[in-house]
Write a protein that binds this ligand. Structure first.
Ligand SMILES: [Zn+2]
Length: 98
């Protein structure tokens, strides 16, 4: 029954999937391919690398958020002062006169 196999043919198999885009579940230690849906176990080494990359990214993201937070805070604090000093001395725009 060759036709039965062909009916179930989903078209993915003719291109070998290189699992280029996949996600790693650190908890279960398994990788899951977005493209072909294949799941496989990853080595401890790969798991560690992935965990490190994720930690690095989280760190970077947190740093960025914190920087943005300070920037917002600084802007929030200095904008009224700038407006205030500009009103006191309209010709001293470039610095705080004290
Ligand atoms: Zn794949």
């Amino acid at each position: 029954m060759a036709t039965e196999d062909e009916d179930e043919y989903d078209g993915w198999d003719d291109v070998a999937c290189d699992h280029e885009g996949y996600d790693v579940d650190i908890i279960s230690g398994r990788a899951f391919c977005w493209r072909c849906g294949e799941a496989w176990s990853v080595s401890d080494e790969e798991l560690r690398r992935h965990a490190e990359a994720m930690a690095e990214y989280a760190e970077w993201e947190e740093r960025e958020n914190r920087r943005q937070w300070w920037r917002d805070l600084w802007n929030g604090l200095t904008t009224p002062i700038r407006k205030f000093t500009r009103r006191l001395s309209p010709d001293a725009d470039d610095g705080i006169p004290f």
